[in-house]
Every structure is written in structure tokens, then in C-alpha cells.
Write a protein that binds this ligand. Sequence first.
Ligand code: SF4
Length: 225
Amino acid sequence: MMGDTDYRSLVQNAIESIGRDLKIQVDPTDTKKIHLHEVVSCMRRAYYNRIEPEESNTGGFNDLLPGLLRKLQYGCDPRGFNIGDGLGLEGRADMIADDVVIIFRPIPITHITEDNYDIENPHASDVLYLNACMWMYEKESGIIVYMSGDRRETMFSLTRSKRMFEETIRRTRVFSGLVGEKKTPILEPSSECFECQYYERCYTKRRNAKQLQLHEMFGLGKSKK
Ligand code: SF4
């Protein structure tokens, strides 16, 4: 802090405000239009984002990169995919160059060690996202670029898989149904949980439920009456 001004908070607020502007807008009431990012990672988190949202902590400036790139002249327009029964899936690649679909991602926090970045394989949700984009934009190949704040990058190239896309479509149908019926999707434990704003909601309640059972088992609840 310099003088009375907290510059760190000022910058953090500015980054969060840019992050909100770049965020893909989801209409929580539209159960027939599902966004790709909602179904390629934890659907429970996507459900909470629609039904009972809480702000997530925006990471650093690096996390804003995909959104900023989409705004540039190289950025792609969103693409829809008709699943049938009025249900549509919408996705957006970050860039297409030489018939190759490209998405940019910050290096996941779980892959950063004290002095190195350890990415042997791309994140499953990024693979699903890129694969779906390849089908939506009718391209055969794609690249995921992981970038760090110090301008190091790691790339993975992929060719599209029909089976993987069918799985994304299946998840889209399931998610649409659950949102329509206001049923919370099951937990999908993964490394995503550690940076998820709903961690407490998912895991603390379960722990309390367990404690409650233990109290009941040992009759501790009765002794308090
Ligand atoms: S904590 Fe994990 S399971 Fe729960 S919503 Fe977040 S990512 Fe999903």
C-alpha cells in the first residue's frame, strides 16, 4: 500500500471487471441453449453458476488472455450445433489459422510447481472443448496452447474424435434436463475443485451430514435435549 491507496486491490478490481466483461454470457433460464464450457467440465459448478451463482476468484491477467484474443480480429464468432428437440450447444474457439482450431489456456494452477511448469498432458476439459469446436467449425485438427505469465508456452495438437463429441452431446442433454428440472448434478471431483468457489457447498455439507450421522449413532444428539 502506498499512502492511503491500496493499489493491489485497485488492480485486482480492474482485472475482475475486465474478466466480467469478457465472460461468455449465459441466460440461466434458457435450458435449450447450453454453452460448451458448461458441459466439458464439472456440470455441478455450471449448474450453480446458473441457479445460485457466486463470484469466482479471477486469476491473474493471464487468465483473461482467451477472452481478449477472441475480441481481436483473429477471434472467432460463436458456433451453434443443433442437437435436436430444440436443444442447441454453442461454443467459441479462440482462433482459427490455416484450418486449425486453436484455444489458449492459462497453465492450470495444479500444474505449477515452485520452479517449473509440469504439463505432460492437456486438461481433460480442454481436450473436450477443443474437440467439440473442431466439429462445430468443421475442422479436422486443433491445438491447445498453455501459456504462463512469463511467456512460456506448451502446445498439444489433436485430431477430432467422433466418440468424444458424442460424449459431449450426451452431457449436454443431461445438463439441459437437470437445469430444466432444477436438480443438482452429482459431484464431479477433480483438481478443479481446489479452485472452485463452490468447494464449501460441495464438501462441507457432506462432512456435516457425516458428523450428524455419527452423533445419531452415538446418541450424542439426545443428550443435548
Ligand atoms: S467443488 Fe468440485 S464437484 Fe463441487 S462444484 Fe466445484 S468443481 Fe464441481
